[in-house]
Design a protein around this ligand. Structure first.
Ligand SMILES: Nc1nc2c(ncn2[C@@H]2O[C@H](COP(=O)(O)OP(=O)(O)OP(=O)(O)O)[C@@H](O)[C@H]2O)c(=O)[nH]1
Length: 310
């Protein structure tokens, strides 16, 4: 659904078409629309966490994608939480506004065939001046493809979109069209990162994300509200990394859930996280995980700041 780009009117325009482009892109959308899946698909390496549970992306994750003439610096923003209004969610919304004020392009992701009140709310925080590409994800789930065009017309009424791209982040279909549509919308400029840099986040951050993903996956429905991971020690000795991590929960009862019978659950969580981290870092990892109770931390903005939330 790319718009036709007219031929350059002058030699200067032609030169701009040839020039290298580089810019910041924010991926926004309500929880669970597939923002992390899209980021991972674009960047080509798993760096953000994916989970069928809502609200897994609490941290801002930056992915970098470089092609011959373009570099996208992705800023993955947290999903909106519209039901619970505690400090954690206020902090998330603030992060989103800050990110959006500072990017060159916004990917507004929705699910094909579903436009909800939460989608509308997300749209209201995107500044009117932002360039926005409407990304209609999960088209593979749409049983009746004839519904796509009327659906696009409906969403179009909500605001002006620079481009509209239906795709499937999971299957990878039409993702190239998104790259093509987005490239000319970025400013002309030199690359900000080396070509092989996938992320500017530290290994320490990646360790906490991987551990958090394992917690989400292995605790399933038992996952306590307000769980977080804090890396207390991260040491590199040659190719060995020693990592001490604390899993922070809100209540003593939650601690028991994370540890599991005879410590089985926590053992499995840390051993699976260790295996993936060894692959990521290409070296041995010594990972020690323990569970810490910090009552009411999710409601305490200072506690949030001390854990690195903005
Ligand atoms: N069928 C289908 N499922 C998808 C597609 N993209 C993502 N999903 C699934 O949708 C679910 C949510 O994906 P995420 O990438 O975690 O969504 P998110 O928007 O980052 O979610 P939050 O982190 O909660 O904001 C996962 O189960 C994905 O596998 C797609 O193109 N097709």
């Amino acid at each position: 659904m790319n718009q036709e780009h007219s031929r350059p009117a002058s030699a200067a325009d032609a030169a701009a078409d040839e020039a290298f482009r580089c810019g910041f892109v924010a991926i926004v959308g309500r929880p669970n629309v597939g923002k992390s899946t899209l980021l991972n698909r674009l960047v080509g390496q798993k760096i953000s966490i994916v989970s069928s549970k809502a609200q897994t992306t609490r941290h801002r994750v930056t992915g970098i994608f470089t092609e011959e003439r373009v570099q996208f610096v992705f800023v993955d923003t947290p999903g909106f939480q519209t039901h619970h209004r505690n400090a954690l969610n206020r902090s998330m919304n603030r992060t989103v506004s800050q990110v959006l004020a500072d990017v060159d392009l916004v990917f507004f992701v929705i699910e094909a065939g579903r436009f909800t009140d939460d989608d509308r709310k997300v749209l209201t925080v995107i500044p009117a001046s932002s360039k926005v590409i409407l990304v209609i994800n999960k088209v593979d789930q749409l049983k009746d493809k004839a519904r796509l065009l009327p659906f696009i017309d409906e969403v179009r009424q909500q605001r002006e979109f620079t481009e509209i791209v239906p795709l499937s982040a999971e299957k990878g279909s039409n993702v190239a069209a998104l790259v093509r549509a987005a490239t000319p919308l970025l400013p002309v400029g030199v690359p900000m990162f080396e070509e092989d840099e996938v992320t500017d986040r530290s290994e320490r951050f990646l360790a906490s994300e991987f551990l958090r993903e394992k917690l989400f996956r292995l605790l399933g429905d038992e996952l306590p509200y307000g769980i977080a991971v804090e890396i207390e020690k991260f040491e590199v000795e040659g190719r060995l990394r020693r990592i001490h991590a604390a899993v922070i929960v809100d209540k003593p009862g939650h601690k028991a859930m994370v540890i599991g019978k005879g410590g089985e659950k926590l053992k499995r969580i840390s051993s699976e996280a260790r295996v993936e981290l060894e692959k990521l870092f290409d070296g041995k990892v010594f990972l020690e995980v323990w569970v810490k109770v910090k009552s009411g931390w999710a409601d305490d903005e200072r506690a949030l700041k001390s854990l690195g939330y903005e």
